[in-house]
Design a protein around this ligand. Structure first.
Ligand SMILES: C[S@@+](CC[C@H](N)C(=O)[O-])C[C@H]1O[C@@H](n2cnc3c(N)ncnc32)[C@H](O)[C@@H]1O
Length: 378
């Protein structure tokens, strides 16, 4: 006999094999950390007696239904709870040992911006090959984004200039340069810009495609009414605190009749409705909606390091308001693929296509992980 008992929010699963209870520890430690962060954000105690009592009652009942010794099941669960609490205590102590956090919001933001440059330096060379590798929901999103970009670009009547904001290594600019007279990409990271420029030289595109290092929060360095299409893809609209300024500048640089495409993280997405998922989901980036950050875990020489960068999620209503009074179209994607265990996609041949189909039917809900906003300058 093999039964899997999912202990839900505790993030632990117990397998019952031939009458023996076996603890499955996969991902449990990572989850303990997420649970700890959630409790800290809510100001809750690490050990919550009423919650644990409910779990103990449930595991005893399940064990009895399966004809197993309820005392043994209870003991096992207490061991799990104890281990989880221990890890949460260790994290708390580590946090207390860290130097004092910057005080003002500006100092905090400056630190996160500095972290972004550090990560960009570290990953610029491997970004194209590695970003989202093996993350099925991120790939589903990128495929959908590409379709929408094709549709939006197809609506243009002027193809003089495409502008890629937060272009990283130029993925979008280099994908769509063919249809435009000129393409310009801007990124705050010198390393991303250099990598993108290297690709331009390799492909001999210097006459039509260029990349510049620019902090977009200082404005878009283009004349008024010069661009046909402005794109900010893959959630990049969430990466800048002063996105209103960038949007205002987008309307300034767009020609009348020019179109725009912005992508944000969606605060109401299914993936953010639970505080943690008891499995590894297929998104490369799940942000921390409690403190507007994306927390990246790095492993160097056996040392784990966590580096946070700014990432603010918006609701559909908030995203729409950023563009007011311009009328915009909003969709969200992907909803289901973003919350299911990554391994579902590789294990089952048709699962990927079926979920992509279901997610496409949900684009007008508020459940998708990303919000895409498109529109035209009238
Ligand atoms: C998630 S990546 C997206 C890259 C690219 N748009 C794509 O779809 O592959 C976000 C990029 O925005 C850049 N970025 C973040 N803040 C920026 C700012 N203030 N000015 C310019 N670029 C910025 C980052 O350096 C990073 O390369």
């Amino acid at each position: 006999m093999k039964t899997l008992l999912d202990l839900g929010a505790l993030g632990s699963r117990i397998a019952v094999v031939d009458g023996m209870i076996i603890q499955l520890v996969a991902q449990r430690l990572m989850l303990a950390e997420q649970v700890g962060a959630y409790k800290r954000a809510k100001g809750e105690d690490i050990f919550r007696a009423e919650v644990e009592d409910r779990r103990i009652a449930a595991i005893r009942q399940i064990a009895e239904e399966l004809g197993l010794n309820p005392h043994f099941a209870e003991t096992l669960l207490y061991l799990l709870i104890g281990e989880s609490c221990k890890l949460q205590m260790v994290r708390l102590q580590e946090a207390a040992r860290l130097p004092a956090e910057p005080q003002t919001e500006d100092e905090w933001y400056a630190k996160l911006k500095h972290n972004l440059l550090y990560l960009a330096e570290r990953y610029s060379a491997s970004y194209d090959a590695e970003y989202g590798k093996g993350c099925t929901a991120t790939h589903a999103y990128l495929a959908y984004e590409e379709e929408l970009l094709a549709r939006e670009i197809g609506k243009l009547s002027d193809y003089s200039l495409l502008v890629d904001l937060g272009c990283a290594t130029g993925r979008v600019a280099l994908r769509w340069h063919g249809g435009f007279d000129r393409v310009i990409g801007y990124d705050i990271s010198q390393h991303m810009q250099s990598q993108a420029s290297r690709l331009v030289e390799e492909r001999n595109l210097q006459e039509r495609v260029s990349f510049e290092r620019v902090d977009l929060e200082d404005g878009i360095p283009l004349p008024d009414e010069s661009a046909s299409f402005v794109v900010m893809s893959l959630g990049t609209g969430s990466d800048l605190r002063d996105i209103r300024r960038v949007i205002a500048d987008t309307f300034r640089v767009l020609k009348t009749g020019g179109r725009f495409f912005f992508s944000f993280y969606n605060r109401d997405a299914l993936v953010y409705r639970w505080e943690f998922l008891p499995w590894q989901a297929g998104l490369a980036a799940i942000i921390n909606i409690h403190n507007d950050s994306l927390d990246v875990r790095l492993n160097a020489d056996g040392h784990e390091e966590r580096v946070s960068v700014f990432a603010r999620a918006y609701t559909k209503g908030e995203a729409e308001a950023l563009f007011a009074p311009c009328a915009v179209d909003l969709v969200t994607y992907p909803a289901l693929s973003a919350v299911l265990p990554n391994e579902i996609f590789s294990a089952q041949g048709g699962a990927r296509a079926a979920l992509a189909d279901a997610d496409r039917r949900l684009t007008d809900t508020d459940m998708g992980a990303y919000i895409i906003v498109t529109g035209q300058k009238e």
